[in-house]
Design a protein around this ligand. Structure first.
Ligand code: ATP
Length: 190
């Protein structure tokens, strides 16, 4: 299978993530998209970052009924901080039958040459890029292994949602209903 990997901290997962993941899984030649939940980075202590198991649970609930989406927790067991190339290499060894592609936002393309072993990522895996507002045009845009996929721009971030919760605002429709219920029930981000 050809599979797109969408990395994130998903703190929490929101409609912005889900719309991209679904567009990639349904409107391209990718058969599935796997959401790869990042563990805590020991060098970046962040109080508002929920425990990785709680973030994983929320992703699970969010994609529960979608056969084209799957959540992956393998980075929890890899050395930290986890570099994308190391996770890609690990997953390719674990699933030799699959072809992996990396999904990134256009805003990340400009910085992409600073990523560890970016040339190897480009050559072996290739990028599926979704539009982001105000993204600079990158020289990599014309690379043969970089594909642009049309998807709606949605101005929602996990930070916006966490701040809203802290301010007592509603997060209805910004996250799936079951995720909202879990956040409220477990009093996350208060
Ligand atoms: P935070 O606000 O905590 O930084 P985030 O909403 O950006 O979180 P991440 O888990 O860091 O969420 O996101 C994973 C990936 O999804 C990142 O590459 C991020 O740029 C991208 N992303 C986040 N929000 C959106 C959105 N609304 N539309 C498209 N991509 C998004």
């Amino acid at each position: 299978m050809k599979i797109g990997l969408f990395f994130g901290s998903f703190n929490p997962i929101h409609v912005g993530h889900l719309i991209i993941a679904n567009a990639m899984a349904c409107n391209t030649d990718l058969e599935q998209v796997w959401l790869v939940v990042s563990p805590q980075n020991p060098f970046k202590k962040n109080k508002s970052l929920l425990h990785e198991f709680d973030r994983l649970d929320m992703v699970r609930m969010a994609i529960d009924d979608n056969p084209r989406l799957r959540v992956i927790d393998d980075e929890f067991r890899l050395p930290r901080p986890s570099y994308t190339i190391d996770t890609l290499t690990y997953l390719q060894e674990k699933y030799p039958q699959h072809l992996f592609r990396l999904i990134i936002g256009e805003d990340n393309l400009m910085q992409f040459p600073n990523w560890k072993n970016y040339e190897r990522i480009l050559e072996y895996y290739g990028l599926y890029v979704y539009p982001r507002p105000d993204a600079e045009k990158s020289p990599l845009a014309t690379h043969e292994n970089v594909r642009f996929i049309d998807a709606p721009l949605l101005d929602v971030s996990a930070t916006f949602i966490r701040n809203g919760i802290r301010e007592g605002k509603s997060i209805k429709y910004l996250v799936p209903e079951r995720v909202e219920e879990m956040i409220l029930r477990k009093k996350f981000y208060l």
